[in-house]
Design a protein around this ligand. Structure first.
Ligand SMILES: [Zn+2]
Length: 927
């Protein structure tokens, strides 16, 4: 402890005066957005300079004792890509505890990606940090735009007891720490950064100025500080380089005053001595704008990126991993390909990447990464399904179910023959064709070389038979084409035989006769396909057909569950008698990528000028009505007048689809967006007025009321994110990447809490088209949230397509969410194998699935969650099909429950209990 002298030269000592000095933990760090207002490669150049300086500084100056590397490992990998020779230096500083690495791979947005992406991000970060002396065991969440309710449970499942948060903390929390609980009761201690992660950024070299800053900071937050707690003073901000004078300034600051005991600290050291009892508590998500802006409008910014995210996550989590895990032998599991795909998805989950509050070049890179991940997933699905055609016991067409529960679904097939088929809807018929061609051997060679080893000569046209005859002048080839692949056709042998004949008689005339049998493209419904299994289709009467008619008074589509009437007046539809679905509301958006904000003089267009109705398909398996509405939307916002200006006629097409036996009404809305600075929402009436919504979030369904909490830096809008569905007032809305919704149309008579405050409609945001990364002055947010840069990408000019669906009275939305925008994969088999035509490969019941995959080493791993308020029993059984599985059919499976780091938690034999809102990861024992 130092002695200090005041201005008059009198010696003062804090302890002797009886006033213990207030400890200040200065935590040097940088916040590294790997792409944002510059593209990744530009920031990477700055990163290399930063880490080069950091290494030199820490190795030469022991007083610069600690550095927090932003809680993420991606920046380290990005650095080592350029400076691989410095890995050992980083490892030394990590192993000695001077640099804190991880635990995340990137600092993700928690609402706009799946729970599984959050978990994979954490697992990848932990794995990479292990190579540098281990991860910092703190859920460091410094800049996320709010926090999901299940985050404490995720952190606990990785063995963490601490989180650090800033945005989203509500006004009810009045201390710098609180107990943050998930809906299942899992709690972590959350350290709250009242001034954010930049509170101690840009510390100058002047110790007295530093002390004055500390005084101002501690006085401002005096009421927030718990008794006995130290001040946490993060020294760093976005992309800030280390300040080499820090050690000297801290020493000098300690010498010139006795109010503070200032220490350069690591985050783990700072939290190790923090008070843990008597904390205020909070259960659930953190989405308040009370003290820091939440930037809620990112959910509806760059909807193209959110759609790409939804497709990529679905194809990896719901299709590629489960199908590869179940259909491929463990040694064939494409682990490294899936790792590449996941790394791209995890990189994209970084808050500035998925939120797309970034430059256009960044948006393009994010889309490219999602496209790559999706291509890998689709390729893996194709490979896994290839196992089936030769393994089944009879020729058939199969619907494959990659989901845990039984699913029914409509599939499309090409069948040989002519005319109607029981229970099927014929989409088009290809009548038998015969063509005679006279060609040279050179021309036929060219065709053969293009065909390669394929037997396919077009959509639904496979070579079924080839006959060759020769006479003095010509070679005659008769080719028979069939809609289905023929078994054991020696296509390679036929080709080499032909080439040999051509070589002997290069000048011969080649007479080719093509005979194509009749075929039909049909839709059929396959009922009750076993979970993680398949079922062959066979012609049968359709249990609940759909019918459709259209006339001057509208279009009527119905099955036994759905009665849909489309109005010729405005193109909206009534669902089971409730009118007004699919109403489009276009208004101005003078906001930016972070926030919606209306112009001072808004103009709302909610009625079309002209409506055309037609029927594309009229059942019995699928009915599709087309609604084409012509709107006159303002073209842009005039900056000077702050009003919408100009005019464009825009034709918006909605393809409205009802399927046999299904209560979900699917809508695909598409248009060419030629207007700028606007928000387009689709509105649905609620069957019952609602005072809350229930939306899918990571590993749960989260309930929210009708209002939000704002603050001086952001107006509270009750626009909320949902992942695949949101429910309110007995209505369920499903969507593909349309993450933002709002309960609207509030009763004016009521006030919050009066009991009659209710919403009558749900608005789903289809797009927000804006032109600024961040804007200076906005009605909804007074200060900028990033660089004030004009952008073109967020205007989303060009063709757009949005998919959503509605259903009334759905109790459990998860099964519908799986199949709403993902048809069951189809496989055609020629038979010859052993597998049954209806089978399951694994049976998992009692909870919702998040993941099914093989972990390195080959074990099957299942991650499940219970989104309900009651305890459930999860049961795991072997499937009915033993050809792919060494267990007895239907046998109870044993294994162990593990945490998110794969560490043993408990053994189970066949089943285990899962409490309300709990998640579990189960690894099955190999037999
Ligand atoms: Zn950030």
């Amino acid at each position: 402890m130092a002695s200090h002298y005041d201005a008059g030269g009198h010696r003062r000592d804090a302890v002797q005066l009886g006033t213990a000095r207030l400890r200040v933990n200065v935590v040097p760090h940088t916040h590294w957005d790997r792409e944002w207002y510059s593209p990744f490669r530009s920031f990477q150049l700055r990163l290399v300079r930063l880490v080069d300086k950091l290494l030199g500084l820490m190795e030469s100056d022991p007083s610069y004792g600690r550095f927090l590397f932003d809680g993420q490992m991606a920046a380290i990998d990005d650095y080592l890509e350029v400076r691989p020779e410095n890995e050992a230096r980083l490892r030394r500083l990590g192993s000695s505890g001077r640099i804190s690495f991880g635990p995340w791979y990137v600092l993700m947005d928690e609402f706009l990606v799946s729970g599984e992406t959050i978990v994979r991000n954490l697992q990848l970060g932990l794995e990479r940090a292990a190579a540098f002396g281990g991860a910092m065991e703190i859920g460091y969440l410094p800049d996320m735009f709010g926090h999901v309710a299940q985050m404490p449970q995720i952190l606990k499942a990785a063995g963490f007891v601490d989180a650090v948060v800033w945005r989203g903390v509500p006004s009810a929390i009045d201390k710098t720490a609180f107990s943050w609980q998930s809906p299942d009761g899992s709690a972590v201690r959350a350290e709250y950064l009242p001034d954010g992660y930049s509170a101690g950024a840009f510390l100058g070299a002047d110790a007295k100025a530093f002390v004055r800053r500390l005084e101002a900071f501690s006085e401002k937050h005096a009421d927030f500080l718990m008794a006995g707690a130290a001040v946490l003073f993060p020294n760093g901000t976005d992309h800030q380089e280390p300040q080499p004078w820090l050690g000297r300034v801290v020493a000098e600051a300690n010498a010139v005053q006795d109010r503070f005991e200032i220490v350069i600290s690591s985050l783990p050291d700072a939290l190790a001595t923090a008070p843990r009892s008597g904390l205020p508590s909070w259960q659930g998500e953190l989405r308040s704008g009370a003290r820091a802006n939440l930037l809620m409008g990112v959910a509806s910014n760059r909807v193209d990126i959110k759609q790409a995210a939804a497709r990529a996550e679905r194809s990896l989590e719901r299709l590629a991993e489960p199908l590869a895990a179940l259909l491929l032998a463990p040694r064939d599991y494409p682990e490294s390909l899936l790792q590449i795909a996941w790394r791209e998805v995890v990189r994209n989950s970084a808050h500035d990447s998925i939120c797309a509050c970034s430059h256009d070049e960044v948006g393009a890179a994010v889309l490219e990464r999602y496209a790559e991940a999706t291509r890998i997933a689709e390729g893996v699905v194709g490979r896994a399904l290839q196992v089936l055609p030769s393994a089944l016991s009879a020729p058939c067409h199969l619907a494959v179910n990659p989901f845990a529960g039984r699913r029914s679904g409509v599939i499309e097939l090409i069948l040989g023959g002519k005319g109607p088929i029981e229970g099927a809807q014929v989409l088009d018929e290809r009548i038998g064709l015969a063509a005679d061609l006279v060609l040279t051997t050179t021309e036929v060679r060219a065709v053969l070389s293009q065909l390669g080893t394929q037997d396919q000569m077009g959509d639904g046209a496979y070579v079924a038979g080839v006959e060759v005859a020769e006479d003095d002048t010509s070679i005659a080839i008769a080719v028979r084409l069939a809609p289905e692949r023929s078994k054991d056709l020696p296509i390679e042998q036929i080709k080499s035989d032909l080439l040999a004949r051509f070589a002997l008689r290069p000048d011969a005339q080649v007479k080719v006769r093509l005979d194509q049998a009749s075929s039909r493209r049909v839709l059929v419904r396959v009922e009750d396909v076993p979970g993680f299994g398949w079922k062959a289709w066979s012609p049968a009467p359709l249990a609940d057909p759909v019918t459709a008619t259209t006339g001057s008074d509208g279009t009527l589509v119905s099955n036994s569950l759905v009665r849909l009437e489309i109005s010729p007046l405005d193109g909206t539809f009534a669902l089971n008698g409730l009118a007004g679905f699919n109403k489009l509301i276009d208004s101005g958006d003078f906001g930016d990528t972070y926030n919606y904000s209306p112009p001072e003089h808004d103009l709302v267009v909610d009625a079309p000028e002209h409506v055309d109705l037609s029927l594309i398909e009229s059942g019995p398996v699928r009915a599709v009505a087309l609604v084409e509405r012509t709107y006159r939307w303002p073209q842009h916002i005039d900056e000077a007048r702050r009003a919408r200006s100009g005019e464009r006629a825009v034709v918006v097409s909605s393809r409205i689809e009802v399927r046999a036996g299904e209560q979900l009404v699917r809508v695909t809305t598409s248009f060419d967006n030629t207007c700028r600075d606007h928000r387009l929402r689709v509105w649905f009436p609620l069957p019952e007025p609602a005072d809350h919504s229930s939306a899918e979030c990571a590993f749960d369904i989260v309930e929210r009321g009708l209002i939000a909490e704002g603050g001086p830096s952001e107006r509270p809008l009750a626009t909320y994110p949902s992942r695949r569905f949101v429910q309110a007032g007995h209505l369920s809305v499903f969507h593909e990447g349309l993450s933002e919704y709002e309960l609207v149309d509030l009763l004016e008579a009521g006030e919050p809490g009066s009991g009659i405050f209710a919403a009558h409609g749900l608005a789903l945001t289809l797009l927000r088209a804006t032109g600024m990364l961040s804007r200076l002055t906005m009605l909804n947010r007074p200060l900028p949230a990033g660089p004030v840069d004009p952008l073109e990408g967020p205007q989303l000019q060009g063709p757009l397509k949005m998919r959503y669906g509605v259903a009334i009275g759905v109790k459990n939305p998860y099964p519908l969410a799986d199949v709403a925008f993902c048809d069951l994969p189809v496989v055609s088999s020629l038979g010859g194998g052993k597998l049954a035509l209806e089978a399951s490969m694994l049976s998992v019941s009692g909870a919702e699935m998040s993941a099914l995959r093989r972990v390195p080493g080959g074990a099957l791993e299942v991650r499940l969650f219970n989104p309900t308020a009651t305890t459930t029993r999860v049961e795991l059984r072997s499937g009915t099909e033993t050809g792919l599985d060494p267990h007895a059919p239907g046998a109870l499976l044993r294994g162990q429950l593990v945490d998110l780091r794969g560490r043993h938690v408990a053994d189970f034999e066949g089943s285990f209990e899962l409490g309300p809102h709990r998640t579990a990861t189960a690894r099955l024992a190999e037999k």
